[in-house]
Design a binder for this molecule. Structure first.
Ligand code: ADP
Ligand code: MG
Length: 345
């Protein structure tokens, strides 16, 4: 190691991954696609490929056990990994689970965690096939690897978007972030005075979106039934803006995203306003919605038009036309990603 010291913040998460992995070239014939998408793609036979994705959740960074029940945490840890397999247009089949845990946790706490993992395995039809267990000096870390499968020609990479394609999102956006604001506020109130009961009334939907997100396995099924193959796809973990930029960068295209088209639930909007937050900013940059963002060719528009699970939020342009967010007044604002930068948390 040289004397030079570069702060992690200088690179950011994605810059760091690029920097550390740039000299790795795939050697194995079975490695169809390595780093740079929601899952790696491995060749298993002429027709199908295997999909592999890993995500790690760290106490104090990704979750706070003051308001995150361990059962929900277990469920969420599985769901976010299944979501990455969905983002390739595939189906998850197995998971491995690795935990590092301090002696602050009794066995009963880990039983709760595994209850959540078990419920998610049942719901998503996946088998727990292994993992690793270690002690930790402080806190809890969970790392899950999901293994899935897809028909080769169905796989949706981040890199397939083409000029004139439509940008589509599933469900609604921003709720998980606004739900987190409610949970954080009640945590502060509790810390100031533990006698006061948390006031979560009327916020069930957005809190559930934060504590119990679901992978959109249903959408993968609908797309097959509608005979629509997305030209590109990604799941929304870091925030819509960040994910749109990933698709644009990988596909070497530009885009227009329209403020007025963003699907935001009224409960999200109302609570955002209560917190002096702009609901559209929450939808663009909030993250953790685990919805899917994909592009489809215009010829498929009739197949998805009016579908209650899918909203067209913009379209793909030529790369040299830039990547823009069109606000309510019709002004074009350059898209920037302000998603989570965990190094700054
Ligand atoms: P996602 O948000 O979909 O989980 P990430 O942004 O975490 O994806 O990762 C982007 C890509 O970088 C993926 O292909 C992932 O496997 C890869 N990656 C992330 N961290 C590392 C690492 N430390 N070493 C090698 N590859 C990594
Ligand atoms: Mg992803």
């Amino acid at each position: 190691m040289s004397e030079q010291r570069t702060e992690l913040d200088n690179l950011g998460e994605f810059g760091l991954i690029d920097h550390l992995t740039k000299k790795f070239e795939s050697i194995q014939k079975t490695t169809e696609f390595a780093i740079g998408d929601d899952a790696a793609v491995l060749n298993i036979n002429d027709k199908e490929s295997q999909l592999i994705s890993t995500d790690m959740l760290i106490e104090g960074v990704h979750f706070n056990l003051m308001y995150m029940p361990l059962k929900h945490l277990g469920y969420k840890a599985v769901a976010v990994n299944v979501s990455d397999i969905c983002a390739m247009n595939g189906v998850a089949e197995q998971i491995t689970v690795s935990i590092a845990v301090s002696n602050r946790f009794p066995v009963e706490a880990l039983e709760e965690l595994y209850d959540g993992i078990h419920t998610a395995c049942r719901f998503y039809n996946v088998d727990l096939i292994g993992g690793d267990t270690s002690s930790s000096l402080s806190g809890l870390t969970i790392s899950i690897t999901a293994i899935g499968r897809a028909i080769k020609e169905d796989i949706a990479y981040r890199s397939g978007a083409q000029e004139h394609d439509l940008l589509v999102v599933t469900g609604d956006l921003g709720a998980a972030y606004v739900g987190l604001q409610v949970l954080e506020r009640e945590k502060e109130v509790y810390n100031a005075n533990p006698a006061i009961q948390p006031d979560l009334d009327g916020h069930d939907y957005i809190i559930e979106r934060q504590l119990k997100p679901e992978a959109r396995v249903d959408v993968i099924k609908f797309l097959k039934e509608l005979d629509v193959k997305p030209t590109s796809m990604i799941d929304i973990s870091d925030g819509l803006a960040s994910e749109v930029l990933h698709i644009c960068k990988s596909s070497k295209v530009g885009c227009h995203v329209y403020d007025e088209k963003l699907p935001i639930d009224t409960k999200t909007s109302m609570t955002a306003i209560e917190f002096n937050l702009d609901p559209h900013t929450c939808a663009m940059n909030g993250g953790e919605d685990y919805e899917l963002l994909f592009t489809v060719s215009q010829k498929d528009y009739d197949k998805i038009k009016g579908n209650p699970h899918m909203t067209v939020i913009g379209h793909i342009t030529d790369e040299k036309d830039g990547r823009y967010y069109i606000d309510k007044n019709g002004s074009a604002i350059e898209l920037t990603a302000q998603g989570w930068t965990h190094f700054n948390d």
